[in-house]
Design a protein around this ligand. Sequence first.
Ligand SMILES: Nc1ncnc2c1ncn2[C@@H]1O[C@H](COP(=O)(O)OP(=O)(O)O)[C@@H](O)[C@H]1O
Ligand SMILES: [Mg+2]
Length: 339
Amino acid sequence: MKIVVLAGGISTEREVSIVSGTKVCEALRSKGHQAILVDVYCGDENTAVENAFADDYDLEAAVARIQSFNEKLDTMSGRREFFGPKVLELCRAADIVFLALHGENGENGKVQAAFDLLGIRYTGSGYLSSALAMDKELSKQMFREFHVPTPAGIVLRRDEERKPAANNGVGLPCVVKPSCGGSSVGVFIAHTEEEYQKALEDAFMYEDVLIIEQYIKGREFSIGVVDGVVYPVIEIAPIQGFYDYNNKYQAGSTIETCPAELSRELTEKMQACALQAYEALRLESYGRIDVMMDEENQMYCLEANTLPGMTPTSLLPQEAAAMGMDFPSLCEKLIQVSL
Ligand SMILES: Nc1ncnc2c1ncn2[C@@H]1O[C@H](COP(=O)(O)OP(=O)(O)O)[C@@H](O)[C@H]1O
Ligand SMILES: [Mg+2]
């Protein structure tokens, strides 16, 4: 198959996306596909679309070219159109586009909506479910509607009165996070009133809408769902602090155990919770659900990720590996279920 692996872009997760995209492209090529890596924002001015999927495609050179844009992004990012030169032409010429984008445009449904109108096929959820899953305020409403357990929480907008934590309906300790963020950017845990007010101040630097949630003390897990099938549960245990940006991307800072050490009963309960969340948000093809479990074994769904990390050591690939599915086979599977 001719496949465009779309990565990069200008979100805070650009770098991670380039790593996902490179690995996915490599894996698909190892399976005999004509896969090419394209930066959604920087594009590929010099490529002739007719020859883009050539057999002698040089992935290393493509990665180097994409990374060479990193320093120029500031000067480029004023452009009005999101898609870079030749991007749409290349995507149209492919049988499917593998979305290796993370964060903002890419994960929030806008690229999906544009592709729907252009008749371009892509992997993962459609525009509506992507948008729902990206927005933690709306996700929470859907979770409540469909009885998916989720931490108690409220929404605070920038122009609203900032009540003390004791009177805001959530209390302390609590978690403050931007409604449409990702990668734990702008997520703060507050134990005191002072920390809470500072967390609001800091989190509003990222967005105008915040979620303030009951802090769940306990263990953290993630569960992949592919085409309605739940994958093994993975436990995430940061050696220090919570699963913040550094612990997510710094190798060795988090102990990841898959399958998680949980009784069969709790495993099944957690998998059911993940599937319920997947269905509540109407996810399609695949996704990864973050769940916490408190000391009384109560489960709480935090959020769904519609384009989870896709390097061989990312969580979903680790879950697939625990079922005996290697990384290239998982990449191919995600294409199959999306088609
Ligand atoms: N209510 C909560 N209780 C305890 N920890 C939380 C809570 N909400 C978030 N966290 C911690 O913050 C991390 C990021 O939060 P999450 O809601 O998954 O947002 P995102 O991953 O989109 O940034 C979680 O992986 C978890 O470690
Ligand atoms: Mg998360």
